[in-house]
Design a protein around this ligand. Structure first.
Ligand code: ATP
Ligand code: MG
Length: 410
């Protein structure tokens, strides 16, 4: 089927007033950015929706990209029709005929946005419906629970006909709700947490702690790959690579074996908080999920969380591991996450990590290390390297657009 338009519906309908306008303006900018390699597209905005005129671009390829843009509630491929009754009837029939699965039941819902149209919407429902029925053997009308709802929206210039509604990613346009630092390990959970934070409108910068040379170059590459994947959704990701070896070695010598993970996590948060301040981020996002490991019991989270004063956001806290894994597969980070390279935390894993660490003791142990620990934390912050990851898909899409231009040339 050759669709002429895509109708994109914006999400979070509860947003009102000025925020609504900001939401729509930001989302439209992001849609344009994400689709910038399709040069023929035209965008027409109307309240809480935008019409994309395809002008010959492939609907399937545009749809593939639209599915991953945060803030879009749903979208539909649309046939643009002239206002002549015969034309509307024929286009409606074509649409039903070309559906990938032939429906058993349907109903027609005509909306007459342009009130001067000679037939009212009830008449139109009959006029269009009867034509489709007459020409589609086996099809029946079911007004209560139709398999397909054929929508015809009559406006002054043209009629918009569609029936498919594709669910969008939902949430808020990226960055609408500010910026946060994502603690990105090489594991399954933190990339999913990052995706969820972005979906809620947070711009993300990633922070990864490595213990090179104890952890390998490949472990670092794996995190770069994950951040790159997040950049597909987030446009551009700044990845901070923090040298954690010295801090970790110092903590390991404290003699409190069972507290080492607690101590490490607290130092990570202190470093992340400093990086957040430097980069104007107002929260820290982690992939913690309640009860998953010793450092994620309520007792541990409490003692660890007190090391920093920025809000700690844990999008996965109530989720089951299986659901997190499915999510990781959907956003295409799972395969990378399960590569075997070790994380800095696995280097010093004690036999029995504390599941209920005592805040007083933890604070005393840190106080004993005093300014030495502070100095190592300073050095880690100063030694942090930054890698900027751009949206690889855009590069790929613009390469394809270039190819198409070259094809057209020949
Ligand atoms: P993940 O699958 O994300 O690694 P996990 O189940 O292995 O999670 P932990 O290793 O306990 O859990 O880590 C909990 C959270 O702490 C991670 O989700 C991540 O946000 C953060 N974290 C752990 N290790 C690192 C690291 N090396 N660099 C940055 N953040 C880390
Ligand atoms: Mg981990």
């Amino acid at each position: 089927m050759n669709y002429e338009l895509v109708l994109v519906r914006f999400g979070e309908i509860v947003i009102k007033g000025r925020n609504r306008n900001r939401f729509e303006t930001m989302l439209l900018t992001q849609i344009r950015m994400a689709l910038k390699s399709f040069d023929k597209l035209e965008f027409v905005r109307s309240y809480a929706r935008v019409y994309i005129h395809l002008n010959g671009e492939s609907y399937e390829r545009v749809a593939e990209r639209l599915k991953d843009i945060f803030g879009i509630m749903s979208f539909s491929p649309v046939i643009g029709s002239g206002l002549d009754l015969g034309e509307i009837r024929d286009n409606s029939l074509q649409l039903i005929r070309h559906l990938s699965v032939s429906p058993q039941t349907f109903k027609v819902s005509v909306n007459r946005g342009w009130k001067q149209y000679p037939h009212n919407s009830i008449e139109m429902n009959h006029l269009v419906g009867s034509h489709v029925l007459r020409n589609t053997p086996g099809l029946k009308v079911d007004v209560r629970r139709p398999e397909i709802e054929l929508k015809v929206d009559i406006q002054k210039d043209m009629a918009y006909i569609y029936c498919e509604v594709v669910k969008g990613a939902g949430g808020f346009p990226l960055g609408m709700n500010g910026k946060a630092m994502l603690l990105l390990s090489g594991g399954i959970d933190s990339p999913v947490a990052g995706w969820m934070a972005m979906r809620k409108g947070l711009k993300i910068e990633a922070v990864h702690f490595h213990s090179y040379p104890f952890t390998s170059e490949q472990a670092k590459d794996k995190v770069v790959t994950l951040a790159q994947r997040l950049a597909y959704y987030g446009g551009k990701i700044k990845l901070h690579l923090v040298p954690f070896t010295e801090v970790q070695t110092k903590l390991a010598k404290s003699g409190h074996d069972s507290l080492i993970i607690t101590l490490m996590r607290r130092s990570m948060l202190r470093i992340a908080e400093r990086l957040a301040e430097q980069n104007d981020a107002l929260a820290i996002v982690t992939g913690d999920s309640l009860g998953q490991v010793a450092s994620q019991t309520l007792g541990s989270m409490n003692v660890i969380g007190r090391a920093c004063s920025l809000p700690l956001l844990r999008p996965l806290v109530m989720m089951d591991k299986q659901d997190i894994i499915e999510h990781a597969a959907q956003i295409d980070t799972f395969e990378t996450s399960i590569l075997p390279f070790e994380d800095c935390c696995t280097l010093f894993v004690p036999k029995s990590p504390a599941i209920n660490p005592n805040l007083n003791i933890v604070e005393k142990v840190e106080a004993m290390m005093g300014s030495e620990l502070e100095r190592l934390i300073d050095e880690a912050v100063q030694g942090t390297e930054v890698v900027i990851l751009k949206n690889g898909a855009d590069t790929e899409a613009s390469a394809q657009a270039q190819e198409r231009k070259e094809d057209a040339w020949f």
